[in-house]
Design a protein around this ligand. Structure first.
Ligand code: PGA
Length: 244
């Protein structure tokens, strides 16, 4: 299974020109290692028209999506909009959306179902507080085939670089949590082998200085990168480490 490195740009950068430049810096260099690692960039929605013209090896992802397909939902973005700009992934249940925008497990579950219906791969974040409870809420009533298409991310809110009193995670502890998520999947799917084939990533302050501590564990299938993905050199080093 190819490792997956996802950039979560959050509400950055501020202009289309900067977005294009940052995106191109990844796109250019990825040629040399695209066989070993997959990279997805999740920019603010408004940059999709410009970035989708340049997307080749680098995949596009959204940072959120509506739980509805169309209609009177002011301010929402539908999976149909995303599809028209070649968006292949969508981050769901990020801790910032749970904390500041009231996104619940059942909302994430509904969005995941809709994303899968439109062949967009959900990247579902699970925090540290109660992973099992969050896992059960977001995967409710999804079929085995759907569960296997999702990318899961262990991302504790307190390890995010911009969080107040942010505390770094250790590779060993992340490895344990990733295996815990793998076991939850194995139980649901009644197969350890199937669970092993599902991507489980880590997110929280990953950068060129600490990436080795996570990438050295075979169970960690990649990472979700915020702040470091806004610096092309830093992000490139993270990608390279997961390509080994
Ligand atoms: P960070 O953000 O890499 O800046 O900690 C990760 C995230 O919030 O997805």
């Amino acid at each position: 299974m190819k490792k997956l490195v996802v950039a979560n740009w959050k509400m950055n950068p501020q202009t289309p020109a900067e977005a294009k430049k940052l995106f191109a810096s990844v796109e250019h260099r990825l040629h040399s290692i695209e066989k070993e690692v997959e990279v997805a960039v999740c920019p603010p929605f408004v940059f999709f028209p410009i970035l989708s013209q340049h997307a080749g090896n680098v995949r596009l992802g959204a940072q959120n999506m509506s739980a509805e397909e169309k209609g009177a939902w002011t301010g929402e973005i539908s999976p149909l909009h995303l599809k028209s700009f070649k968006v292949e992934y969508v981050i769901l249940g990020h801790s910032e959306r749970r904390e500041y925008f009231g996104e619940t497990g059942s909302m994430v579950n509904k969005k995941a179902y809709l994303a899968l219906k439109h062949k967009i791969t959900p990247i579902i974040c699970l925090g540290a507080e109660n992973i099992t409870k969050q896992f059960n809420a977001v995967t409710r009533e999804l079929r085995d085939i759907e569960l296997q298409k999702i990318v899961y991310v262990y991302e504790p809110a307190w390890a995010i670089s911009t969080a107040k009193n942010s505390k770094p995670e250790t590779g060993d502890h992340v490895n344990e949590q990733v295996l815990h998520i793998e076991n939850l999947l194995a139980k649901k799917l009644r197969s350890q082998a199937k669970a092993k084939n599902i991507r489980i990533l880590y997110g929280g302050s990953v950068n060129k200085g600490n990436v080795h501590d996570f990438a050295k564990h075979p169970a960690i299938d990649g990472c979700l990168v915020g702040a470091a993905s806004l610096d092309s050199e830093n992000f490139w080093q993270v990608i390279k480490e997961f390509s080994k």
